[in-house]
Design a protein around this ligand. Structure first.
Ligand SMILES: C[S@@+](CC[C@H](N)C(=O)[O-])C[C@H]1O[C@@H](n2cnc3c(N)ncnc32)[C@H](O)[C@@H]1O
Length: 482
């Protein structure tokens, strides 16, 4: 395998280790032999591997049904055309929340025994998150939605599983009085109605196409009841701004109606509303979380969170077949530790927080300083100002020079131009993430774990931390490794 290919493979985020399917992806042949209703959807490649047609809604729905039944003991169904969830993907989000709840980032909940209470915003007809959260982890849920079909089928899916039905409450979000139906929006001719049952509504003052803010029904404020508290909320928001945009992926057929997929302003507007509601509800939730479909929105939302003064922001990347999704989490609970733990604690990823960064410095200054730190000993560096990363390749000589504090002269350093070619070189990436104003997370990811120099990685990252802390931070103490 070429080093480029190998690197790409290593950088790929993995399915959550607690996910049932992380080591055992669904076995279509086995499922077909166990469930005759699934058999007609399974066909075999020339190499004998069983497959299904991902563009066939009936096939994906049947797969979800048999996976939920076989692996989770859940009885489940959705009507034609409703959004059909992929069980392994949805499980990743549940396990990420499990990690957040069990981490020491904020104090653990107390006074409520072990009962975890979550709020699923927009549960859909499939009610997938409450079903998985309750069956896998015994969590309680309030699951909200706006459409009659979603509420009706979510209720059915809960009732058909009596062993967990006590754990899940389906809650209807009431639409506002004067409404604009999505059909009206679709053909450009707004149609008005009063108290349209089951349809998300759009208030009239938000109709301007310039205004991309959310104009639909309540999300958390006015849905959460007085005095209610939750450990977390979660949301797979309507991602798209228009139905045309929602229909862009012809490679899969997961269904999805207008109401499920689209809202004015798309996910950016919807999640912004969750953030605004969180400002009102503050510590009624220990963690607020949402799925994000576009990286550019993740950046916008993260800076929005900094503006509103949350105490912590966490992000993660979910593997969703060939596409990427991100998880965004925030809290108003004061953190106990300054350590952020990724879901996979591996020696090839080391991070530290830089706090108390002086005002005049931003992430780009830190990034440039990372580059010059390694260039000074002759290592090869590639700075990417878009992804906020520096890719470093260092020879054993460079590593030793770094650990012995030896700085090479400029021309000596630049003479190491073919350093990337040698397989024994240590390759790693340093990424810089803005957390809250004055605080950055610096992450080092080792690219070639099996390299004999990898034992030096932790000392190298420690040296880097000491150097950056000395240069940029007001408080010089405290090492926060993960
Ligand atoms: C993308 S679907 C997600 C469904 C399901 N949670 C899943 O992951 O497959 C978004 C859902 O949010 C619902 N929704 C839209 N606006 C809402 C609101 N203000 N409150 C609650 N649910 C809402 C839609 O009806 C739809 O069922």
């Amino acid at each position: 395998m070429s080093s480029k290919k190998r690197r790409r493979k290593e950088e790929k985020p993995t399915i959550h280790p607690k996910n049932k399917y992380s080591d055992n992806p669904p076995d279509f042949a086995l499922l077909a032999s166990l469930y005759p209703s699934f058999k007609p959807f399974v066909f075999y490649n020339r190499d004998g591997r069983p497959r299904i047609d991902w563009t066939d809604f009936n096939a994906t729905r049947e797969l979800t049904r048999v996976l939920l039944l076989n692996d989770h003991g859940l009885h489940w169904w959705i009507p034609d055309g409703q959004l059909c969830p992929t069980v392994p993907n949805r499980s990743n989000y549940i396990h990420w929340i499990e990690d957040l709840l069990s981490s020491d980032i904020i104090p653990r909940a107390n006074g409520k025994g072990d009962v975890v209470r979550g709020f699923d915003i927009g549960t859909g007809a499939n009610c997938i998150y409450p079903l998985l959260g309750a069956s896998l982890l015994g969590w309680n849920f309030v699951a909200s939605d706006v459409t009659d079909v979603a509420l009706d089928w979510a209720e059915r899916n809960v009732k058909n599983n009596p062993n967990i039905s006590e754990l899940i409450e389906i809650r209807k979000v009431k639409c506002s009085r004067t409404t604009l139906t999505p059909e009206g929006l679709n053909n450009g001719e707004p149609s008005y109605s009063e108290d349209v049952e089951g349809l998300p509504s759009f208030t009239l003052d938000r109709l301007s196409s310039e205004d991309k803010s959310y104009n639909g029904p309540a999300v958390l404020v006015d849905v959460v009841r007085d005095g209610e508290t939750f450990d977390f909320c979660m949301c797979n928001p309507p991602f798209f701004e228009s139905i045309e945009e929602a229909g862009l992926n012809p490679k899969t057929s997961c269904g999805g109606t207008y109401e499920e997929m689209v809202c004015h302003g798309g996910e950016k507007a919807f999640i912004t509303r969750i953030i605004e509601d969180s400002v009102v509800l503050k510590q009624s939730f220990r963690w607020y979380t949402s799925m994000v479909g576009r990286k550019v929105n993740l950046k916008f939302l993260t800076s929005k969170l900094r503006e509103v003064g949350v105490t912590i922001v966490k992000t993660t990347e979910f593997v969703q077949g060939k596409t990427c999704r991100w998880g965004l989490a925030w809290s108003y609970v004061p953190p106990v530790k300054k350590i952020i733990t990724p879901h996979v604690t591996e020696k090839n990823i080391l991070s530290f927080m830089l706090e108390g960064i002086q005002r005049q410095f931003s992430a780009i200054h830190i990034l440039q300083s990372v580059e010059s730190f390694f260039q000074a000993v002759g290592a090869s560096c590639k700075l990417n100002a878009t992804s906020f990363t520096v890719d470093i390749t260092a020879s054993s000589e460079d590593c030793n020079a770094l650990l012995n504090n030896e700085v090479k002269h400029r021309d000596e350093a630049s003479s190491c131009s073919n350093v990337e070619e040698a397989p024994s070189n240590l390759s790693f990436r340093v990424s810089v993430f803005q957390q809250i104003p004055g605080t950055l997370l610096v992450k080092g990811s080792l690219q070639n774990r099996d390299n004999p120099l990898s034992g030096l990685f932790s000392s190298i990252i420690q040296q880097l931390e000491a150097s950056l802390r000395h240069k940029f931070c007001r408080e010089k103490a405290g090492t926060n490794y993960i």
